[in-house]
Design a protein around this ligand. Sequence first.
Ligand SMILES: *Cc1c(COP(=O)(O)O)cnc(C)c1O
Length: 383
Amino acid sequence: MKQIYLDNQATTMVDPEVFSAMEPWLKYQFGNAASRNHIFGWAAEEAVEIARELIADFIGVNPNEIIFTSGATEANNLAIQGAALNASSNKKHIITLKTEHKAVLDICDYLEKNGFSITRLPVNKEGMIDLALIEKSIKKETLLVSVMHVNNEIGVIQPIKDIGKLCKAKGILFHVDAAQSVGKLPINVESFDIDLLSISAHKFYGPKGVGALYVRRKNPRVSLSPLLYGGGHERGLRSGTLPVHQIVGMGKACQIAARVMEDETKRISSLRDQLLQGIEEDVSHCNVNGSMKHRLAGNLNMSFPGTQNEAVIAAVPEIAISSGAACTTSTMEPSHVLLALGLSKEMAYSSLRFGIGRFNTKQDIDTAVEVISRCMKKLQFRS
Ligand SMILES: *Cc1c(COP(=O)(O)O)cnc(C)c1O
């Protein structure tokens, strides 16, 4: 059976064009980008710098402000821990949201055990943060505000530009986890007043195991402490031999996104509308979680009262969907994001996430509507 992939917030397929760009760097061009004495090294270094420029251009920053990491988890760690370790002793307060990714929340938990105070702000029932709440929570000890651009479970887009403006006015560092938005929404770090921004290649048709942290170098110059010590790569912020093929792949993914983003967003958003309308027509008991107005085109998250998401997922093997974040799934706890929206545990357990991406077709959505409708007729309110 061919499975239709509708879990594009968990990860995406590597674009064939990305794969082709990576291939030579695995086959013949295997030099170490830090080797200074021969053409293998020079070629690798040049490829890394070309990719760094593509990535920097894509988010409107200087190439020397891009630090390569293993992904957004590491970028989030480097941003938040790196800023905390480097902070003066009177800056011990961090503000974030209850709906952040675990890669932000878990670092904050760790820092809290080590003398920092953390404010985890609630969101409204649409999943949106109220700017006034952030403003009220700022104290003179506040070091950093960390807010994700797009939520990985409900696709909700936070007002990053307004938060950036507020942080800038108060002289507080602003970190954005942009793992779900880079390559899908226009981002301009300068006009959004962002100081630190996390990127993950595998969320936008690049390879797994590579990402980047943007670190602002002027107005203000942001200083971080490294998490890893070694050869002093990446301006001392991230030691370790650079994975040239991965970095080339991420650069190519940015180049493609810059070219197709606008049309792709329209196409994916019409597929999402088709999915939502189809489900709403055929299934009488269902609701959408999170704002439909401020939402990523490819995301739909819905509750189906009277069902258990694990049972539904098992009953629709034709489509690959998820009950929430891939990492939350393994712990079998109800989604912390849906609970923060005010859903009961039962409602959270009845929720499904559909993630539509570049390689989905209208036909895929027809099939998804059909199998979900058929499954709900069988399962809903029957257990
Ligand atoms: C996927 C994701 C991460 C983790 O990224 P990795 O590159 O897989 O480590 C962090 N934050 C958000 C919002 C994500 O969607």
